[in-house]
Design a protein around this ligand. Structure first.
Ligand code: SF4
Length: 370
C-alpha cells in the first residue's frame, strides 16, 4: 500500500523533474501556460500510432498551412490527406478533418466535457482527456502506454493488464495534483520515455522512487504483466509500378490512381496492386495488369498496418506514356474488381507524388534498381 504522504512528495518531485528535464515540443506549454486546444487536437491526432520525432515536422507544416481549425475545416480532404502522406493510418486524417468541420461550425469552440468530446469522429477517451488536461488544466484521466506502465509499477499491480485496465483510471484520478494538472500527464509521459522505460527502468534516477512499490522489488521491468499478444494476420499482395520516361524531361513518370475513399489507403494515390485478401494468394501471370515483360524486384516488402501485416511483391516495367483513353482495358478495370466505370489514371513525376508509406517503399525499390 502506498502511503499518501509519499504520493504527494513523489508527484511534487515528478513535477520539479519535468520542469527541468521535460522535452520541448512545438505543441507543448508548461504550466501555468496552457496549449491552445487546436494545437492539442492536431498533435494528438498525429501522435496516435506515430512517434514524436516523426510528428514534429507534420505538426509544423499543418500549423503553417492551416493555422486555425476553421482553415483546416475549409481545406479540401485531398490536400489534407496529401499533407498527411507518410504518417500512416489515414482514417485519422479523415476523422480529424470531419471533426475540424464540426467544431468550426460551433465557432471553433471545443466541447469541455469528456462525453461531448467522445461524440466527435476519431476522439477516444485518451484524446478527450488530453484535450481537457493540456488545453484547460482539467483533472481529466489521460492514460497512454507510458502512463499505464508507470501506474502499474508504482502501485505494483500484478494482474494481467487486460484485467487491471479498469483499476488504473481510479488510481490515476487519486494521484492527480491540485495544481499543474496540465503538466502532470505530460510529466508521466516523459518519465516513461526517459526513466521508467519498458525494459530498463532507472529507479535510482526516478522522482517517484520513494513511494514506488516496484522499485522495492528485484526486477521492476517484470510489470506490467502483459497477456500474450496475438500476432497480426498476414495478407499477401502485389504492386505494379509502371514507369515512363517523359520526352524532353529528366524526371521519370509513374502511372498512379486515387483509391476509392473508403477502405484501405482510402482516397490516397497508389500504384495498381492486387491481392490483400486474408486467404492465401496464389499469383500467376494472369494477375498482371499489362501483358508485357515485368521485372520482379527483390527483396519483397513487409509493411505493418493496424490490423494486418502486408507482404508485398513489387513488379516494375517501362512503357510509352499513354493517355487514359489509350490504356488497355484490363488495366482500367484492374484496381477494383467491382468497378463498373474505368479507373482514372494519371502520370505523375516522383516530386509530385504524395504516396502512403507502403507505396513509397515500392517506389524506392524501383528507384534503387535503376
Ligand atoms: S521507481 Fe522505478 S519502477 Fe517505479 S516508476 Fe520509477 S523507474 Fe518506474
Amino acid at each position: 500500500m502506498v502511503n499518501r504522504d509519499n504520493i504527494e512528495n513523489d508527484i511534487s518531485n515528478l513535477l520539479q523533474w519535468y520542469h527541468k528535464e521535460g522535452r520541448i515540443l512545438p505543441w507543448r506549454s508548461y504550466w501555468p501556460k496552457l496549449t491552445p486546444p487546436y494545437h492539442v487536437f492536431l498533435s494528438e491526432f498525429m501522435l496516435q500510432q506515430t512517434g514524436v520525432s516523426t510528428v514534429v515536422p507534420y505538426f509544423r507544416y499543418f500549423l503553417e498551412n492551416w493555422p486555425t481549425i476553421q482553415e483546416l475545416a475549409n481545406a479540401s480532404i485531398d490536400d489534407v490527406t496529401a499533407a498527411w502522406a507518410g504518417l500512416g493510418y489515414y482514417a485519422r486524417a479523415r476523422n480529424m478533418h470531419k471533426t475540424a468541420q464540426i467544431i468550426s461550425n460551433e465557432d471553433g469552440l471545443f466541447p469541455r466535457t469528456v462525453p461531448e468530446l467522445l461524440k466527435l469522429p476519431g476522439i477516444g477517451p485518451y484524446t478527450a482527456g488530453a484535450i481537457l488536461a493540456f488545453a484547460y488544466d482539467a483533472p481529466s484521466v489521460v492514460i497512454d502506454g507510458n502512463i499505464e506502465r508507470i501506474i502499474t509499477r508504482y502501485f505494483y499491480i500484478q494482474e494481467t493488464l487486460r484485467k487491471s485496465k479498469i483499476e488504473l483510471r481510479p488510481l490515476y484520478k487519486s494521484i492527480i495534483p491540485k495544481t499543474h494538472r496540465s503538466d502532470f500527464p505530460q510529466a508521466l509521459m516523459d518519465l516513461g520515455n526517459e526513466i521508467c522505460t519498458s525494459t530498463n527502468p532507472y529507479c535510482g534516477k526516478c522522482p517517484l522512487a520513494k513511494g514506488c512499490q516496484s522499485a522495492k522489488t528485484e526486477n521492476p521491468a517484470l510489470l506490467p504483466n502483459r497477456s500474450v499478444k496475438k500476432s497480426k494476420p498476414v495478407r499477401k499482395g502485389q504492386i505494379f509500378v509502371i514507369r515512363a520516361k517523359a520526352k524532353n524531361q529528366d524526371k521519370d513518370n509513374y502511372l498512379v490512381y486515387r483509391r476509392d475513399a473508403k477502405g484501405l489507403l482510402g482516397g490516397l494515390l497508389a500504384f495498381p496492386s492486387h491481392g490483400w485478401d486474408e486467404k492465401e494468394q496464389k499469383f500467376d501471370d494472369t494477375w498482371r495488369p499489362l501483358n508485357i515483360k515485368w521485372i520482379e524486384l527483390k527483396p519483397s516488402i513487409t509493411h505493418v498496418f493496424s490490423h494486418f501485416t502486408a507482404q508485398v511483391q513489387v513488379f516494375t516495367t517501362e512503357i510509352d506514356k499513354l493517355d487514359n483513353y489509350n490504356l488497355p482495358f484490363n488495366l482500367l478495370y484492374y484496381c477494383n474488381k467491382n468497378r463498373r466505370t474505368p479507373q482514372e489514371f494519371k502520370w505523375m513525376s516522383d516530386n509530385e507524388l504524395h504516396l502512403p508509406k507502403l507505396m513509397q517503399k515500392a517506389l524506392k525499390l524501383v528507384q534503387n534498381q535503376k
